[in-house]
Structures are given as C-alpha cells and as structure tokens.
Design a binder for this molecule. Structure first.
Ligand code: PEP
Ligand code: MN
Length: 346
C-alpha cells in the first residue's frame, strides 16, 4: 500500500510509480478515502527492491505492508479514519437507522409510500425496500422490476436515501443507473465472490455504499471482513458490515442472533457495523430487545424491517416487520443507550 504525502498522487507521479511496480509484475489500484487516496500494490508486494525504490520517492510518505487478508478493511489500515455518511448521518458519530419493508408489493405501492413516510417520522435516516427477493421457496414471490420505480418514488417523496438488495449483474446495473444510494448484498450472496467483484467494480468513483450482510453459514470473522475487502479493493471503501444471524438457529429464533460479534469485529476492522435484528430473531416481538442488545454491544446502526400494516405485507413483513410506533420506541431507547455507551456509563 502506497501512502502519498499529499492527499493523492499527481498523474505524473502515478506514471512513475506504475513504471516501478510494473518491473516487478505488479500494478497499482487507487482507493479513494475521505481524507486521502492510497494505492494498493496488486501482486507480490514483498520485493524489497521495489519497496525501497518506492519509499525513496520524495512524494511517498511510506509503504504500508500490513500482512492481513483484508489489508484495506484492517483496523491498522490507513483507511481506519475513513468515514461513511448517508442521509445526513456519519457512521460512528450518530446511530444510523435503516428501516422499511422487507418486500415492496408492486400491487399495493401505497403501503410502501405510507411506510416510507412513517419510518422517516419515527427517525430512520435510510429507507429499505426489497425489489428483488432471495426466497428459499422457489414458488414464493421473487420480486418485480416495477418495484424499483416505487422505491425511487418513495425516496423522492420522503427525501430519504434508499437501500435495496441486488442478486445479479442485471439488477446491479438497474440500481446503479437509478442512483440507489445503498446496495445490499444479502446473506445468501455474501460468499458469492463473483457478485462481490461485480459490485466492487460498479461502485468505483461513485458515492454508493454497500451494506454487506453476514452469510447464514459464515463462521470465522475474517471470512466476513474479507468479503468486504473483495468490494473495497476496487476503489470504493464504503462498505458496512451487517450481522443478521446465522444458521443453525437458536431454538425459537429464526437464526442464531449474532449481535455479540460487534466488539470482535471492531478489534479487527474499522468498517462500521449495522446490525439487522429482524432476520436474526425473525419475529416482530423479539426485534426490540435484539436491537437494543446490538447497540449495547457497540453497533453503529440498525437495519430493521418495518411496515405500516405488517399483516398486509408480503415476504417477511407479516411475521417480522415492526410497526412505525414500535420502531420509534426502539430508536428512542437505542439513542439513549448510545449516549450512555459513548459516555462510558455502561
Ligand atoms: C432482507 O433484508 O430482506 C433479506 C433477505 O435479508 P438476508 O439476506 O439477511 O436474509
Ligand atoms: Mn426480509
């Protein structure tokens, strides 16, 4: 990793650096952080001669050789000061709440418009809504391209940025073209390295943020952080980690709640962590305590399924969406807990 003295290298400097690394069969990849651009050396960056020549350049501050499978997302990375901002909220500075329906019903868009307004009033800063759904049952509703327009219309009406999941390259292209602010990688695709690469490439030079769910079958935390690295190493480090419960489930819950991994993640990575209690526990009445536990564990935010009339919803909404009233209560308590936590009082 090349750390320049200035906020970025000039085109002439990039040319000189490129000429050096090419001699050693490497290439460089700019990663645009909030403070400065750093340059990943792709290839075997352990050649001492190459490092010495790079370090000798007057405009290079130093060469970072973090031995980590996720050198960009690593807590020791120069990107550890990188801040991600959405909906007026900077992660780490205030609690981020992403809320909305699991699934947009294209036949009943009015529910989504009402939900969007209601979650905004409850205090959410980002609106979520599933356009395409990864359903375990192949005969269940799979989503609908028309729902993308409903999502965008809800965003226009409320002024909220939106989050939606993509599962393939066609969907990715549609959301990129539409300017969707947050792209969700679902639990089923968190280990789909081809999709992670496609998303990484698609978000370069854009302000887009990726919400990366933890895979249902992800064990080691390094596997989770490495999945984020797959996206970030294309050049856009705006990746948020989202624990959402793993399988096998805890008896009674939909999954095995995993909000307790937050402090462990925070020892290894600077990436913000937004916990999804809805899919962890899978039932509306269990969502509030799980959400608060996540904040107590140090989460930077929450992603919660909410619906104005859960019983009229589709997908996960009838069983696990909370009402806007419950969402407002969760947000109020979570913010109070956040303040206690940040003051070191708990
Ligand atoms: C969702 O957010 O509605 C969803 C399908 O989530 P996950 O990928 O975590 O199951
Ligand atoms: Mn869902």
């Amino acid at each position: 990793m090349i750390l320049p003295k200035a906020s970025k290298l000039t085109p002439e400097q990039i040319e000189e650096v490129t000429a050096i690394v090419t001699e050693f069969d490497c290439c460089i990849h700019p990663i645009v952080g909030a403070v400065r651009t750093i340059y990943a050396i792709v290839g075997d960056e352990r050649d001492e001669l190459m490092i010495n020549r790079l370090e000798g350049l007057p405009y290079v501050e130093r060469i970072d050789r973090i031995q980590s499978p996720f050198k960009l997302m690593d807590i020791r990375s120069d990107l550890s000061t990188h801040k991600i901002t959405i909906g007026g909220t900077t992660l780490g500075e205030d609690l981020l709440v992403i809320a909305g329906q699991c699934t947009i019903d294209p036949k009943n868009p009015q529910y989504f418009y009402e939900t969007a307004q209601a979650v905004k009033e409850a205090g959410a800063q980002v609106l979520r809504g599933g356009v395409w759904k990864p359903r375990t049952n192949p005969y269940a509703f799979q989503g609908d391209d028309r729902s993308l327009e409903i999502l965008l219309e809800a965003s226009r009406r409320t002024g909220l940025p939106v989050d939606t999941e993509v599962m393939d390259e066609d969907q990715l292209q549609l959301v990129i073209d539409a300017g969707v602010q947050m792209i969700q990688v679902g639990a089923r695709n968190a280990l789909n390295y081809s999709l992670l690469r496609q998303i990484g490439a698609a978000v370069v030079n854009r302000p887009t943020i990726v919400l990366l769910k933890r895979s249902i079958h992800m064990g080691p935390l390094n596997e989770f952080i490495s999945a984020a690295e797959y996206i970030a190493n294309f050049g856009n480090p705006n990746v948020i980690l989202c624990p959402r419960g793993t399988s096998p489930a805890m008896d009674g819950y939909r999954n095995f709640p995993d909000e307790s991994i937050v402090p462990l993640l925070k020892e290894r990575t600077w990436a913000p962590v937004v916990v999804d209690p809805s899919h962890s526990v899978g039932k509306a009445s269990y969502v509030p305590p799980c959400a608060l536990a996540a904040v107590a564990y140090g989460a930077d935010g929450l992603c919660i399924e909410a619906h104005v009339q859960p019983s009229k919803g589709i997908g996960d909404d009838p069983k696990q969406a909370v009402t806007p009233e419950t969402l407002a209560k969760i947000i109020r308590k979570a913010k109070a807990l956040w303040t206690l936590r940040e003051n070191g009082d708990h």
